[in-house]
Design a protein around this ligand. Structure first.
Ligand code: HPA
Length: 274
């Protein structure tokens, strides 16, 4: 299914009815176990995805499926509590649909978070990583199909999907907060099965530090329509084959819960400096 510009506009118009004159500056997409920040938004107006024309419900565990508009650290935010994933059956265009709608509502910045497997064996589960770049090989782009020039050009440059100035801001902020932060490349795998040990060895050879099932499509779409992007990964587990133990969703959610304070502290501090 290819969305028309009018459909994006219809979603934005519905949301404008709900939020009145509020205009979000920062879109936030929160990953597995990290959606709680949406509950901390002040003067919140929450809109369920199910009520927004052309939106799809989010079915992944730990994802609430609503947009929360309001203030976080004084910034006007739109928090996506729950994202869509390709493994749920959505096309990449559907996965990143909301980003274009939030762009139409005025958001210029995207903060994106995820939980991912740690490929870099110098690091540990529980570490936080600033995403410096991404690898999304194979399968199609969220921009496949007729280009909508209202959003961006047909062949967008992808040299700096993760905005260098925002990376610098995150490094400075982490240092000030005394939070150790890794920096590296996020490699997208479609899932829902976790990777095999051979896939992880291949990913490492290709330059990946982390592997996960989200983020890359949304970031392509957000950058295409001119948004600045800041991305963080919670390395929730060592990737497949590194430790002699199976991967499980419980481990991912437990790691997210254990890092809650550190992670939200860093994101809040970044918001204050935006
Ligand atoms: N692989 C893919 N996605 C993930 C992982 C992983 O090891 N951990 C959390 N999300």
């Amino acid at each position: 299914m290819e969305y028309t510009y009018e459909q994006y506009q219809a979603s934005a118009a519905y949301l404008r009815q709900q939020i009145g004159t509020f205009c979000p500056d920062v879109a936030m997409v929160l990953g597995s176990g990290l959606g709680y920040m949406g509950d901390e938004v002040e003067q919140a107006i929450a809109v369920s995805y199910a009520d927004i024309p052309h939106f799809k419900p989010s079915t992944a565990p730990g994802h609430k499926g609503r947009l929360v508009f309001g203030l976080l650290e004084g910034q006007r935010v739109a928090v996506m509590q729950g994202r869509m994933h390709h493994y749920e059956g959505y096309s990449y265009e559907e996965v990143s649909y909301a980003l274009r709608v939030l762009r139409l509502l005025g958001a210029q910045t995207l903060i994106v978070t995820n939980a991912a497997g740690c490929v870099n064996t110098d690091w540990q589960a529980g570490d936080l990583m600033l995403i410096t770049d991404q690898i999304k090989f194979f399968l199609e782009s969220p921009l496949r199909g007729p280009n909508l020039p209202q959003f961006g050009v047909r062949f967008p440059d992808a040299s700096h999907l993760y905005t260098p100035a925002l990376q610098e801001l995150a490094r400075e902020t982490a240092a000030e907060q005394g939070i150790e932060i890794r920096q590296g490349v996020y490699m997208y795998f479609p899932g829902p099965q976790y990777e095999t040990p051979a896939e992880i060895r291949a990913a490492r050879l290709l330059g990946a530090d982390a592997v996960g099932m989200s983020t890359a499509p949304e970031v392509i779409t957000a950058a295409h329509c001119g948004m600045n992007v800041l991305g963080f990964t919670l390395l929730s587990n060592m990737a497949a084959g590194i430790l002699d133990q199976p991967l499980s969703e419980e481990e991912v959610l437990a790691a997210a819960a254990a890092c809650r304070e550190k992670f939200s502290g860093l994101i809040r501090a970044c918001l204050r400096k935006l």
